[in-house]
Design a protein around this ligand. Structure first.
Ligand code: 2HG
Ligand code: ZN
Length: 453
C-alpha cells in the first residue's frame, strides 16, 4: 500500500457520473473517484499508486467516444487529462504543434489557423474532444478522404505505460527508421497500453476556398459511380453520404427544411477545392453528366461559405439528432472497392432482420466506412433494446467478415464491440494484442475490459 499522491480529486456523485461515461448510454457509471493530474510526473505517480493499491485507471479526455472506451462502470479511478491543457510549442518550420493531452482538438485547429496553418483532422465533436483521446482512438472524421486519420498527423508522443515508464516516442521526427515505431503502436490503442500525456501533431497549409455540392441519388448503387466521377472531375476533400431517415431526424431536431425539392433515399455532401470559383463549372458539368447517367436526381451547389456550412449541417447534425433515441451504433468498413457489394448485402440483411427498428445509415463512404445506427423505439426498455441488437449483431459482423472488413472503422472497440473483435481479427492477431498488453501493462491497471476481454 502507498499513500495517494497529492493530486486534485473529486468523489461527489455528480462528478463521478459526469466523468465516468462517454457518449454511450448502455452502462451505469460507477468510478471510485476522478483525479486530475497536471503533469506527466503526476500520471506516473498515479500508475504507481494504482499498482500498489490494487486500483484500475480509466484514462479520460473529452469523453465524446461512441464505444464505451472511456466508461468507468466498475469502481475504477478516472484519470481526467483535462487540466493538462498547455500548448507547449508551435513550430512553424516543421510545421507542428506540441500540446498536452487535455487540449481540445478544436483548440489545435484554431491555433494552427491563427498561424496561417491547418490541422486537418476534423469531426463534429472536435471542439469538445481532446488530443489524448483523439490519439487513443485514432479519430477519423469527415476529411479522411484527403488527409487520413489522426495517426497520419502524430509525429511524437509522451506516454506513461502500465509499468509507470515514461516513453518519449519519435520526438517529432519526420523520418525515423531506428527500429519499430512504438509511437504509432500507441495510436488507436484505446488507453490499454499507456496514457498519452503529450503529443506533437503535424500541421499543413490550409486548403484553398472550397464549395459544397449536395446530391440526391437514384438508389444505393449510384453512390460509388458518382464518387468515381466526382473524384475525376474535382479535387475532393469529403464525400459523405446519408439516408432519407437521417434527413428526417435532422429536420426534426434542427427545425430546418431540406433544401432539395426531390426526396431521395440517399444523399451526399461533397466538398471540393474551388479557388476563385474555378471549380464551379467543373462541378456543374460533372453534376449534369451524373443526372444524364441516371445516378443523380437532384442537387444544389453552394454559392457562399455560409451556404456550404448549411449544407454540411445535414450531415454533421445526424449524431446529435438521433442521440435521444439511444442508438445502437455500428461503425463498419470494407475496402472501398467492395463497398457496393457490401452495401447491397447489408441492405438485404437489414430489411430481413431489423424490420421492427428504425435504422439510420450515413458515413464516409469514400473511405469504405458506414455508420449504421439502430434507434431504440420509444416504448422499449433500453436494456431489452441493447439485448435485441446484440442478438442481431453477429449477422452483421458475419457479413463484415465475409467481405473482409472491420467491425470498427473509426470509433474503436471499447466495451461495445469487444466481444466481437474476432469477426475482424484472427486468433493469432488477438493473441499478439494480449502479448502487447502484458508487455506494457502486465498488472492490467489501464482501462481494464476495453478492447481485449
Ligand atoms: C460521424 O461520422 C461520427 O459523424 C459519428 O463518426 C457516427 O454517430 C455515429 O454513428
Ligand atoms: Zn464517422
Amino acid at each position: 500500500m502507498s499513500a495517494f499522491p497529492d493530486i486534485e480529486t473529486l468523489t461527489d456523485a455528480e462528478s463521478r457520473l459526469h466523468y465516468g461515461r462517454d457518449w454511450t448510454r448502455f452502462w451505469t457509471p460507477a468510478p471510485e473517484r476522478v483525479v486530475f493530474p497536471r503533469s506527466t510526473e503526476d500520471v506516473v505517480a498515479l500508475v504507481r499508486w494504482a499498482g500498489s493499491n490494487n486500483r484500475k485507471l480509466v484514462p479520460s479526455g473529452g469523453r465524446t467516444g461512441l464505444s464505451g472506451g472511456a466508461v468507468a462502470a466498475a469502481g475504477e479511478v478516472v484519470v481526467s487529462l483535462e487540466k493538462m491543457r498547455r500548448q507547449i510549442e508551435l513550430d512553424a518550420v516543421e510545421p507542428s504543434l506540441t500540446v498536452e493531452a487535455g487540449v481540445p482538438v478544436g483548440e489545435v485547429q484554431r491555433t494552427a489557423a491563427e498561424a496561417g496553418l491547418y490541422y486537418p483532422v476534423d469531426w463534429a465533436a472536435a471542439g469538445s474532444s481532446q488530443v489524448g483521446g483523439s490519439i487513443a482512438t485514432n479519430a477519423g472524421g469527415i476529411r479522411v478522404l484527403r488527409y487520413g486519420m489522426t495517426r497520419n498527423w502524430v509525429r511524437g508522443l509522451v506516454v506513461v505505460d502500465g509499468r509507470g515508464r515514461v516513453l518519449r516516442l519519435n520526438r517529432g521526427l519526420v523520418k525515423n527508421n531506428a527500429g519499430p515505431d512504438l509511437c504509432q503502436l500507441m495510436v488507436g490503442s484505446e488507453g490499454v497500453l499507456g496514457i498519452v500525456t503529450e503529443a506533437t501533431l503535424g500541421l499543413t497549409r490550409p486548403p484553398p476556398a472550397q464549395s459544397v455540392l449536395l446530391l440526391a441519388f437514384a438508389d444505393l448503387s449510384a453512390l460509388m459511380p458518382a464518387l468515381a466521377a466526382l473524384r475525376n472531375a474535382l479535387s475532393l476533400s469529403a464525400f459523405e453520404f446519408f439516408d432519407r431517415r437521417s434527413v428526417a431526424r435532422v429536420a426534426a431536431h434542427t427545425g430546418s427544411s431540406f433544401p432539395l425539392a426531390e426526396q431521395a433515399d440517399f444523399h451526399a455532401v461533397v466538398e471540393f477545392d474551388d479557388p476563385d470559383g474555378a471549380g464551379q463549372d467543373k462541378a456543374l458539368e460533372a453534376f449534369e453528366s451524373l443526372v444524364e447517367d441516371g445516378h443523380v436526381i437532384d442537387g444544389i451547389l453552394s454559392q457562399s461559405d455560409a451556404q456550404a456550412a448549411e449544407l454540411w449541417r445535414w450531415r454533421e447534425a445526424i449524431t446529435e439528432s438521433i442521440a435521444p433515441c439511444t442508438p445502437y451504433k455500428n461503425d463498419l468498413s470494407v475496402r472501398v472497392s467492395r463497398v457496393p457489394r457490401f452495401l447491397q448485402a447489408l441492405e438485404a440483411l437489414v430489411g430481413r432482420y431489423y424490420p421492427a427498428f428504425e435504422v439510420v445509415w450515413f458515413g464516409h463512404i469514400g473511405d469504405g466506412n458506414l455508420h449504421m445506427n439502430i434507434l431504440c423505439p420509444e416504448a422499449m426498455d433500453v436494456a431489452d433494446f441493447r439485448a435485441a441488437c446484440e442478438g442481431l449483431s453477429p449477422r452483421v459482423f458475419e457479413l463484415v467478415r465475409e467481405h473482409g472488413g472491420s467491425i470498427s472503422a473509426e470509433h474503436g472497440v471499447g466495451l461495445l464491440k469487444r466481444d466481437y473483435l474476432h469477426y475482424c481479427r484472427d486468433a493469432a492477431e488477438i493473441d499478439a494484442l494480449h502479448g502487447l498488453k502484458a508487455l506494457f501493462d502486465p498488472a492490467g491497471l489501464l482501462n481494464p475490459g476495453k478492447l481485449l476481454a
